[in-house]
Design a protein around this ligand. Structure first.
Ligand SMILES: [Cu+2]
Length: 128
């Protein structure tokens, strides 16, 4: 009843592939980020650290109000506000204060967000 070496290797490879797939799905379009509030908005918790916005890629639905609950935890980067072009968002992120940024993405596609310097520190919102 011993598994052959090859069978063991194959099942290891399969579980690795499954784990990678699961991991990929968390950041890829298709799986919505965050949670739905009782008011029907989508709430995503983010922070700004020395690595930038975390998470820096989220997926949401067009026409669903979005609430980004953001806490900036570092003064070491220039990401002291969050900018979105369409719809226009420009919200200061005071250090160590949790700010709720509310807007509703209207069009499906990719929406960039980030700091005031052309979103050099920022990320992407996949709107589906
Ligand atoms: Cu910047």
């Amino acid at each position: 009843m011993l598994l052959s070496h090859r069978a063991v290797m194959r099942s290891l490879a399969l579980s690795f592939a499954a784990a990678s797939l699961l991991f990929a799905c968390q950041t890829r379009p298709g799986v919505l980020s965050g949670e739905e509030t009782s008011e029907g908005a989508r709430r995503v918790v983010m922070s700004v650290t020395e690595a930038g916005f975390e998470p820096d890629t989220i997926t949401v639905k067009a026409s669903q109000p979005l609430e980004l609950v953001i806490t900036r935890k570092t003064d070491a980067t220039c990401a002291t506000e969050i900018i979105v072009d369409d719809p226009p968002v420009n919200q200061k992120l005071p250090l160590n204060e949790t700010v709720t940024v509310r807007f509703t993405p209207t069009k499906a596609g990719e929406l960039r967000f980030g700091c005031a310097m052309d979103k050099m520190i920022g990320g992407k919102i996949f709107v589906q």
